[in-house]
Design a protein around this ligand. Structure first.
Ligand SMILES: Cc1ncc(COP(=O)(O)O)c(C=O)c1O
Length: 358
């Protein structure tokens, strides 16, 4: 029998969504992707890059780095790119954590966070959300000790969809010692009305060199299948450190080309956000009309408390061609996380739920 390292026993399996083989009429509401396909110029850019795929990509990925630098007005050296933002997150864990170190995050939050502690041997401190399933930043601040290396704040929070305002985040950051890295995971920031503007948190980087804003092309930009994420860093040393622990070629040339093109189409981002926020309001209202508790969603998904047995509802929805995420797999049994899809998909979900939960 092969003998693996201890971490292989510690690292939790990622709760992958099943059912991608069920056919095109299935409503894929389990992974918080956008229902909109990449815009035509974005697809064309990826296709052009594919024609040169006999060469390795430029390892500095400079077109994308420069485009992000211009868009956010921060120097290229303070941008870390990744094979999805998960890649940056896991590399940050590798670069910052080790046995004896501590990592603090709210729970439930993004299901990859526990992996960082398990992979490194660091201790994970999980802090409960408040009664409205929002981050309790005061409680998180109280858990920071001399051993803390990293704090993760997911805003808006996956899976609970809630967000905290930047004023609260700023007061929190003022309490964090300068040697502790804070990753503000903003995978869903474009959908947030509480924060209001995806550029709003960027000036915080000038005040807090230990802050990192984690972003992705997988959600509103519609490139989940190409795997591109990035981090805007308060200091260049964070970007250098995550690059030190990774292979040199972590992005593919078509992915870099598509992401660079997608960033240029901010009108498309705005169109998607307003369509998604409109559909989200309709979906939340329909669920609340049925007497269900639904968290104040600030993302492209909703989080609701179920009546009835969670495994039976999830399985019943799957049989009816609707895939959602069970709360049990995400750290909170008795709840469902449902991506905002097209209006037809959302209606199919609500109708199916009606049939299952009287
Ligand atoms: C909060 C959060 N952060 C990061 C990610 C990772 O996204 P990706 O690796 O596709 O950029 C996700 C994906 O669902 C997420 O929900």
């Amino acid at each position: 029998m092969i003998e693996f390292g201890d971490k292989i026993r510690r690292i939790p399996a990622y709760p992958t969504a099943a059912g991608y083989d069920l056919g095109p009429e299935v409503a894929l509401l389990a992974s918080n992707e956008t229902a909109f396909a990449p815009a035509e110029p974005v697809q064309a850019a990826a296709a052009r890059a594919l024609a040169g795929a006999n060469r390795y990509p430029d390892p500095s990925y400079s077109p994308l780095r420069k485009a992000l630098s211009a868009h956010y007005d921060i120097p290229v050296e303070r941008i870390a790119l990744g094979n999805g933002s998960c890649d940056v997150l896991l590399s940050a864990g590798e670069a910052l954590l080790e046995e004896g170190a501590e990592l603090v995050y709210a729970w439930p939050a993004f299901s990859v966070y526990p992996h960082l502690a398990a992979a490194s041997g660091a201790r994970a401190i999980e802090v409960s959300l408040d009664g409205e399933h929002r981050h309790d930043l005061d409680a998180i601040a109280k858990e920071i000790t001399v051993a803390t290396r990293l704090v993760l704040i997911c805003n808006p929070n996956n899976p609970t969809s809630t967000a905290v305002g930047l004023d609260e985040i700023e007061s929190f950051l003022e309490q964090v010692p300068a040697h502790v890295a804070v990753i503000l995971d903003e995978a869903y920031i474009e959908f947030s009305l509480v924060v209001g503007d995806p550029l709003a948190s960027v000036p915080l980087l000038e005040r807090f060199p230990n802050l990192v804003l984690l972003r992705t092309f997988s959600k509103v930009y519609g490139l989940a299948g190409l795997r591109v994420g990035y981090a805007l860093c308060g200091s260049a040393e964070f970007a250098t450190a995550v690059d030190q622990v990774r292979q040199p070629f972590y992005l593919t040339a078509p992915a870099v080309a598509a992401a660079t093109e997608a960033l240029a189409h901010q009108d498309e981002v705005e169109r998607r956000v307003s369509a998604t926020v409109g559909s989200r309001e309709t979906l939340v209202a329909a669920l609340r009309e049925r007497g269900l508790w639904v968290a104040e969603s600030d993302a492209n998904f909703v989080w609701l408390r179920l009546r009835g047995s969670e495994p039976e509802v999830v399985e019943g929805l799957r049989e009816r061609g609707v895939l959602v995420r069970a709360g049990a797999a995400l750290g909170h049994a008795g709840y469902l996380r449902v991506t905002v899809g097209t209006d037809a998909e959302n209606a199919k979900f609500v109708d199916s739920l009606d049939a299952l939960v009287a």
